[in-house]
Each structure stands twice: as structure tokens, then as C-alpha cells.
Design a binder for this molecule. Structure first.
Ligand code: GZL
Ligand code: ZN
Length: 371
């Protein structure tokens, strides 16, 4: 709020709302004090609390669910960033993997007149109407993690997350180089793809990257089945695939939890997970690098490749809000830098679209990072 020529100019609709809220609360407090005759000390404390609350930035966060370790880490990152001590009030609604629940949450945030809406969308389409409602209410919407496919890009302020297709290009470049170095012919790779939630940006990008590599290298892609990014579904999908195909030797999972489920199924079927494909191993590849067990499995070559997908978006979203609070314009799309983890040093680096990415071999020391 800036005072100029005797008028109060509001920097944003929030300032106006806050002043009204503050005035209202003071009137209530004063009348309560007069009636109750309580001491000025109490008034001071309550007044302090009131003014703190009206100064908080209210963030409504529509999280898509709690399907994976990645998702839990992502939620935790938002909670540990948007604290009262940091000057925020965070309202979180769990969509339980249903877009309808997320749309209801956004409408609730609009009614609550929050200062910012953060949306982690379960899938890309179907957001135009509710984002228009948020725009009409003049509430900025920040998209995090997966993307939204909307007619008018002005329906959201900006997006921060991973380049999922790049993650897949790194994974397939690694597999291509690994096979070549190990003397495994392209025609000897028999791949199954356990996909993420169909229509989610992470699934779209990771599936596309695999399909492009299959076309480029002539790999044998036996099947693509949904695994919904969960361990249960990953196991169920792998059990069915092992029934159907006896020559599977690469399982391309689209997240950690699916990989853990697939490994359970493979081992229960009496097969061995590992990278020694030419001697009967089934190689498991994954994305995320959040789950502790997965990183342990990388050490033991039960998983041979993990493409990092970084979930710690809280501080990144906070930076965006701070820019907006300062009247600045954040980047429309901010991509997160991510690493590649492998069991061994067969492939020391991968080249994707002319850029070289180093590969991090999992060791006991590197594992400490994931405690
Ligand atoms: C990726 C994220 C995906 C993770 C899964 O950024 O959308 O959703 O890879 C999670 O673990 O369920
Ligand atoms: Zn090749």
C-alpha cells in the first residue's frame, strides 16, 4: 500500500482486502475489549496476531494425489517452504488422482480469495474453464510439475518442472550406448514399457522418448501398458507381461514405484533382475530417483538406470511468487536441471541433441545424498 496525495493506492487487490480485514478485526477487537474490559496487554497480543495474519500471503495448492514417493516429496517441499514463519498461509487440497477434485479445489480457493493458486495437474487437458474463472477473479495461477494444455496460455502465469522428453532421451541414449558397449545387438533388446498415468506430461514425454528411440534403433518394443505411477499397478502390469512374453529383457518403467512393483513380480516369477541381459537378466530402468530403496537397488544392479526427476519445487514456486510480489514477470517456462544415475560406469556420459550429460555411478557415498 503506497500513500500518495492523501489517497491510499492499493498495490494489489490483496492490499485492499487486507486493509478491510484489518479494520474489521480491529473494530471487533475493540468492541470485545470494551465489553470484556480486558487489559491493553491482551489487546496488544491479539492485535499482533491479527496483523501477522493479514500480512500473510495466502497460497492455495491443488496437489494431484499421493500416488508415489515423488509426489510425497513434492508435497513436503511445498509444506516446508510455505510456512507461517516464512510469511505464508498454505491451503492444500489433495485431488486423489481425480481432475474433478482438483477443479473443485481451485473453485474453493477462488471463493476463499487466495492470493495465488498453485496447480500440480493430474493430466494436461480439461483446465480451460476453471483457469478462466481464476483469471476472472484476478488470482494468478502457477502450474507446477506436469503441464496444462490450454487454448490461451494467458490462463496461467507460468510453469516450473521437468523436461520429461529430455529425461527419456537421456535414458534411451544410455541404453543404446550400453548395449553397443556390451556387444548386445539392437535386435536382442526386447522391451516392455510400463507407462505412468496416461495423459500426464511425465507419461507423454517418457513414452515419446522411448517410442522415438525404438523407431530410430529398430528395438523390439513388445508392449506398452499403464502402470499409473504406483507400485501395486507396476507389479500387476509386470505379472501380466511375464505371462504373455517369455523373452522380455528390458523393463522401461516411468517412475520408481512402478519399478519396485515390477521387480517384485520378476523375482516372484523366478527371474533375475540385472544388467547382464546376455545371460538371462531382465534389466529394469526407472525415473525419479526419490525412493530410498530404488537408489539402494541401483547400487546392487537390481535397477540399472534412474533418470532423476527432481520433486523439490517449493523453493522454485516461492521464487516465482516473490518476483510477482515485486511486480516482476517470471519466466513463462522454467525447466529443472536433472542428473542420470546408473549402476556402473559402462556409459560415462550421454549425448542428447548435441549436449553432453555426465552419468553419476551410484556408490555408497552418493547414496548418502538420499538419506
Ligand atoms: C514427474 C511427476 C511424476 C513422477 C511420478 O514430475 O509428475 O508423477 O515421475 C509421480 O513418480 O507420480
Ligand atoms: Zn545402435
Amino acid at each position: 500500500m503506497e500513500i500518495g496525495e492523501g489517497h491510499i493506492w492499493f498495490k494489489s487487490r490483496r492490499s485492499a482486502r487486507r486493509i478491510c480485514a484489518w479494520v474489521m478485526s480491529m473494530c471487533l477487537l475493540l468492541s470485545a475489549t470494551l465489553l470484556a474490559g480486558c487489559g491493553t496487554k491482551e489487546l496488544g497480543t491479539q492485535e499482533e496476531t491479527q496483523s501477522q495474519e493479514t500480512q500473510q500471503i495466502v497460497v492455495g495448492f491443488s496437489q494431484l494425489g499421493a500416488e508415489s514417493d515423488w509426489r510425497s516429496a513434492n508435497t513436503e517441499s511445498m509444506k516446508s517452504t510455505f510456512t507461517a514463519a516464512n510469511g505464508y498461509k498454505l491451503l492444500i487440497e489433495d485431488g486423489q488422482q481425480q481432475q474433478a477434485n482438483q477443479i473443485m479445489a481451485i473453485r474453493k480457493f477462488i471463493q476463499q480469495d487466495v492470493d495465488y493458486i498453485v496447480l500440480a495437474p493430474v493430466t494436461e487437458t480439461g483446465w480451460d474453464t476453471v483457469l478462466q474463472e481464476a483469471k476472472d477473479a484476478q488470482i494468478p495461477v502457477i502450474i507446477v510439475d506436469r503441464q496444462v494444455a490450454v487454448e490461451d496460455p494467458e490462463l496461467f502465469c507460468c510453469w516450473v518442472g521437468s523436461d520429461f522428453e529430455l529425461e527419456a532421451k537421456k535414458a534411451t541414449a544410455w541404453l543404446h550406448q550400453f548395449a553397443y558397449t556390451k556387444g548386445i545387438d539392437e535386435s536382442q533388446l526386447h522391451i516392455v514399457n510400463i507407462q505412468g498415468t496416461i495423459g500426464a506430461s511425465a507419461q507423454i514425454g517418457r513414452t515419446k522418448g522411448l517410442q522415438d528411440a525404438v523407431a530410430a534403433y529398430g528395438w523390439d518394443l513388445l508392449a506398452q501398458v499403464p502402470g499409473e505411477f504406483t507400485q501395486a499397478k507396476g507389479k500387476e502390469a509386470m505379472e501380466a507381461l511375464l505371462e504373455q512374453y517369455e523373452n522380455i529383457n528390458v523393463v522401461y518403467c516411468e517412475n520408481d514405484n512402478e519399478a519396485l512393483g515390477a521387480i517384485e513380480a520378476i523375482e516372484e516369477a523366478g527371474r533375475h533382475v540385472g544388467s547382464d541381459i546376455l545371460h538371462g537378466d531382465i534389466m529394469v530402468m526407472s525415473f525419479d530417483g526419490v525412493n530410498q530403496n530404488v537408489m539402494q537397488y541401483l547400487l546392487k544392479d537390481k535397477i540399472s538406470f534412474v533418470g532423476e526427476c527432481n520433486p523439490h519445487h517449493g523453493p522454485r514456486v516461492q521464487n516465482i511468487i516473490q518476483l510477482l510480489e515485486a511486480g516482476k514477470t517470471p519466466e513463462k517456462y522454467s525447466y529443472v536441471e536433472e542428473r542420470v544415475y546408473t549402476h556402473d560406469a559402462t556409459v560415462p556420459s550421454v549425448e542428447v541433441d548435441g549436449v553432453n550429460y555426465s552419468v553419476t555411478v551410484m556408490t555408497k557415498e552418493t547414496l548418502q545424498e538420499f538419506k
